[in-house]
Ligand binder design. Structure first.
Ligand code: FE2
Ligand code: FE2
Length: 272
């Protein structure tokens, strides 16, 4: 199975940090069209727009339609702190929601279950995961345990600080509650995918592997200081390709602006 993981497109009519999100999203889709139409799923983990306005959602839709990707790559969408839940739901009326109206849903494919979480709260850039949403997650995980499924979690916010708490004010506020839920299911949760911080990062949490691609528009750099700050260094944007096999899960980072590739052949393999 092959999954395309994009995050933080930030569609906006103006450049952000001197980068044009409309142009970069179009280039990312063109790169996908040229390289990955054999993927099984395309997932976008939030911050689809920069200001959550309907004009930007329309623009997103227009760019996506214009890219003319095959139907099976219609994106599975999550919302981020720069999106607006109600405007999103009105515009993307076919995206499922849970019984409380949060943009949370799941997909089951054979013995795998993909969970898409809603971690936003209006007027906050930090992540929030209230009791109602926690209950939804708990129930889905219990069902999967019963069905002996492998679970893959997709969310916008990082559910734990990526360096230290003091320097990560926009991560998940309800991280302790989230931790205690997933800790009970760490044997069936095979990966946590998120975005939000606009950096490439991977590792494991409670024994569960995780990964995050950079933004499609404006990558940031990791912050190893003791205080909250954001920085950019004109790093290339990227998306991730996830290769899911019976015995492995492999993540590739696609620098989609780099299209001028020199595929050279050697007559003797390994002669570099
Ligand atoms: Fe973002
Ligand atoms: Fe975000």
């Amino acid at each position: 199975m092959k999954i395309i993981h994009l995050s933080d497109i930030h569609i906006h009519s103006e450049p952000i940090l001197e980068h044009n999100p409309i142009e970069r999203f179009s280039l990312a889709l063109e790169h996908i069209k040229n390289n990955h139409v054999n993927a099984d799923m395309l997932i976008i983990t939030g911050d689809i727009t920069h200001q959550g306005d309907v004009v930007s959602y329309k623009k997103f839709d227009e760019i996506f339609t214009k890219a003319n990707l095959p139907n099976h790559l219609n994106p599975k969408l999550l919302i981020g702190n720069h999106d607006d839940r109600e405007i999103f739901k009105n515009f993307f009326s076919t995206t499922p929601t849970d019984k409380n109206g949060f943009v949370q849903y799941d997909i089951e494919i054979k013995n795998k279950r993909f969970l898409f979480l809603d971690t936003i709260e209006a007027n906050s850039h930090a992540g929030h995961y209230c009791g109602k949403r926690q209950l939804w997650l708990q129930e889905k995980l219990e069902e999967s345990l019963e069905k002996k499924q492998h679970v893959y979690i997709f969310m916008h916010h990082n559910p734990f600080p990526l360096v230290q708490l003091k320097s990560d004010l926009i991560g998940l506020v309800d991280r302790d509650q989230f931790r205690s839920i997933i800790n009970n299911f760490s044997n069936i949760i095979k990966h946590i995918f998120f975005g939000h911080q606009h950096i490439t990062v991977s590792g494991n949490y409670l024994g569960i592997p995780f990964s995050s691609p950079r933004s499609i528009n404006h990558p940031l750099v990791p912050n190893f200081s003791n205080e909250y700050r954001l920085g950019s260094a004109n790093t290339d944007p990227s998306y991730n390709i996830v290769l899911l096999n019976d015995d492995s899960l492999i993540i590739h980072n696609e620098d989609f602006l780099k299209t001028n590739i020199n595929w050279f052949e050697t007559t003797t393999p390994g002669s570099l």
